[in-house]
Design a protein around this ligand. Structure first.
Ligand code: GAL
Length: 702
């Protein structure tokens, strides 16, 4: 038994290293570099007290890491989960995979990071599968307090005093992150992993992915229809049909469907529309890329389920060959991003765990790392070209925060999608609750509203051809939420800047919000109910708020689901206003809200300052001229907002830090009138994207 102690490695961060320092880990594979200055600015907390003590021992082939905790600590995290944010007394097998409908550790981003409400977080930086028992393993030598089955406090698994990880990995690093709040711990984790991503501005507009058989002329017709119907469009995504062959893929254009890709991309660009290409990592051996990779011995020894070579992306030569294809055929003609599909699983579709790769890594390690490699590889291509990208990925892991990718999947449960949006904020990933299809207008509207209030606003029509206007009875509301998405650009871009520079997730679970407390939190979902037909054990499904979230610093999003006309909303402390009308919300903190119309319930804190663009249908076209902002100030409290801006597409912000201006509203002490700053000339001077602003103090809908 080893009892190593924590060694400081960055402000508020400590580590314990186990095994060879050369071994691959998640953070090394991602190439993360801690943001030391930003960490310093966040503060230099002491080791948490009591501090989780680590013990390491070997049992057979496995190393077991035991971390102490107090019985009452509430734990959260362990990756992109869809049902529950709390993880107390659960067992997980952290394994990159397509989500199966159960929070069991197999998920698109099984990030081995957990948070404790005692003011710390732990990352097990390990590139192999990890089995985790979060507070439910009970060594006989350290038993949990007993409780009789008939007593109210009884639970099917008693809370314990440890979190245990076990793995066959020979080497891994443990990191401990301190923080005065869960929010600060998350910020420190994100900054240690390199800071969050800052997508290009166009990426925060509206995305549409085309049906799989689309041709360039289908796409042209559709783009024209978006314009004719007055619907926003910023990014067009092509699905597998753009390849001359997919599954396995050639990464070459289909000669009939896309006879002149350069002209096609240029035509889109002229309309401000950016192109994103679907791909997976299964390279056709018959393609030019496949032949070069095979000749260099640069692929794993197993194909994917549908055949094809899997390049070893840890090797510079594999990246060079594959990258050269991407550069010459895609980036050179103006393609702006990728959708990196199927790098998560399912088991039968990817290589087996015993596959070997030429770098010496095996199938298990490649499974945990592929999504991170894939993001790093494609991010590097755009970085070398001096252009930012924003894309989609189906597999990820710890350390990928700085890559501008949002995770999506084929699961299609609206409620689960929102929980995933919250869960992503606890583990350094972004999630998009994409809309695909619906069998009724209500569901369609509700799903589109949610995706428009998410990191990446997407209609993925790859299999259904459902259009924004497919349900005429909700078409106006659909147009309105899409336009609001674009109008929010100054606000959302500023939220992403905080992610980049301060590690604060732009979309986040309520439990990261100051002043938030749910009176029902932690109570069992159905205390004391015995149900002989279902499972009679009320297990770890505890009450928590996972169906509402924060979008940026000021807007609380409380989505409605198909068929619902009202919902429960839990507000953080303070006064809140209806975003749409400006009216004050009464009766908090827990409110049953019945909206007056079909708009998505959105709320803002009193004093909130929300900068909006005028109504536009494309962010790139809007960015071509200076825009006059509409600045709404809500309620009867003074407020401030840091409006961030930069050129929206290059990496200049990494050296010059971008530009910021403080928007402020306050009441004049003598006249009692609302005043605001800055004036138009100061705003124009500070942020060249804007011509000035029309202010609305204590805003109420006209
Ligand atoms: C799926 C992916 C879908 C779509 C499809 C195309 O794996 O999740 O969004 O891209 O592949 O074959």
């Amino acid at each position: 038994m080893e009892q190593p102690s924590w060694t400081p490695c960055a402000p508020g961060v400590w580590t314990i290293r186990h095994g060879s320092p050369d071994a691959v880990t998640l953070l090394k594979a991602a190439g993360t570099r801690p943001q030391h200055e930003a960490l310093q600015r966040l503060g230099t907390p002491l080791l948490p007290a009591p501090c989780p003590e680590a013990r390491l021992r070997t049992v057979g082939q496995r190393t077991v890491v035991t971390l102490s905790k107090r019985l009452e600590e509430a734990l959260f995290g362990l990756g992109l989960n869809f049902k529950q944010l709390g993880i107390n007394q659960t067992v997980r097998d952290l394994h990159v995979d397509h989500y199966s409908g159960q929070d069991n550790g197999r998920t698109h981003a099984p990030v081995p990071f957990y948070l404790s409400d005692a003011g710390y977080g732990v990352l097990v930086d390990c590139a192999r599968y990890l089995n985790v028992n979060a507070g439910g393993a009970h060594p006989v030598a350290d038993p949990p307090p007993e409780c009789d089955r008939l007593e109210p406090g009884w639970e099917a698994v008693r809370p314990g005093r440890t979190v245990e990880f076990s793995t066959t990995a020979e080497a891994f690093d443990l990191y401990l992150f301190a923080g005065a709040s869960l929010r600060e711990v998350v910020q420190r984790f994100n900054l240690f992993c390199g800071g969050g991503c800052l997508p290009p501005k166009w990426g925060l507009g509206f995305w549409y992915r085309v049906p799989i058989r689309f041709t360039d002329s289908d796409a042209r017709t559709l783009v024209a229809e978006f314009a004719a119907r007055d619907f926003p469009l910023d990014v067009l995504g092509l699905e597998p049909g753009w390849h001359s062959q997919s599954y396995p893929c050639t990464y070459e254009w289909h000669a009939q469907r896309f006879p002149d890709p350069a002209a096609f991309v240029a035509e889109l660009k002229a309309q401000g529309i950016h192109l994103n290409l679907w791909e997976n990592a299964c390279v056709s051996p018959a393609s030019a890329t496949g032949r070069a990779l095979a000749a260099g011995g640069l692929c794993g020894d197993y194909a994917a389920g549908w055949g094809g070579l899997i390049p070893d992306l840890s090797l510079p030569e594999a990246r060079r060959i594959w990258g050269e294809n991407h550069r010459s055929r895609h980036l050179a003609i103006g393609v702006d991003g990728y959708k990196l599909d199927e790098c998560d699983g399912f088991d039968q579709w990817v290589w087996p765990d015993h596959a070997t790769f030429p770098s010496g890594l095996d199938g298990e390690q490649a499974r945990q790392l592929y999504g991170v490699w894939f993001q790093r590889f494609t991010d590097g291509l755009f970085r070398a070209a001096g252009r930012r990208t924003y894309g989609l990925v189906r597999g990820s892991n710890a350390g990928a925060q700085r890559f501008a990718y949002a995770i999506y999947n084929d699961h299609y449960d609206h409620r689960d999608f929102i929980t995933a949006l919250c869960a992503g904020s606890l583990c350094g990933v972004l999630w998009t609750p994409e809309a695909r299809a619906s069998d009724n207008a209500d569901d369609w509207l509700r799903r589109l509203q949610t995706t428009c209030c998410s990191p990446l606003a997407l209609l993925n029509a790859w299999a259904s051809d459902t259009q924004l206007w497919s349900f005429p009875e909700v078409m106006e509301e659909v147009r309105e939420i899409l336009q609001l998405r674009l109008r929010l650009l100054p606000y959302l871009y500023s939220a992403f800047a905080r992610y980049r520079f301060e590690g604060l997730p732009p979309f986040r679970a309520m439990l990261l919000e100051p002043g938030f407390a749910d009176p029902a939190a932690g109570s069992a979902a159905a205390p004391g109910v015995l149900d002989g037909t279902k499972n009679p054990y009320s297990l770890a499904a505890r009450r928590e708020v996972k169906d509402q979230y924060m979008m940026g610093d000021a807007i609380l999003v409380a989505p409605l689901f198909a068929g619902e006309t009202q919902r429960r909303i839990v507000f953080p402390a303070g006064t809140w206003h209806d975003f749409h009308t400006g009216a004050e919300v009464t009766g908090g903190p827990v409110v049953t809200w019945t909206p007056a119309d079909r708009r998505i319930p959105l709320f803002v804190k009193a004093g909130a300052i929300i900068p909006l663009l005028p109504p536009v249908n494309n962010l790139t076209r809007a960015g071509a001229t200076r825009q006059t902002l509409e600045i709404r100030h809500y309620g009867n409290a003074p407020g401030r907002f840091t409006l961030y801006d930069d050129d929206g597409e290059s990496f200049a912000y990494e050296t010059d830090g971008g530009r910021r201006v403080e928007l402020k509203a306050w009441r004049d002490a003598t006249t009692g009138q609302w005043r605001h700053a800055p004036d138009d000339a100061t705003l124009r001077d500070a942020l060249p994207a804007y011509a000035g602003a029309v202010w609305h103090p204590a805003w109420q809908a006209p």
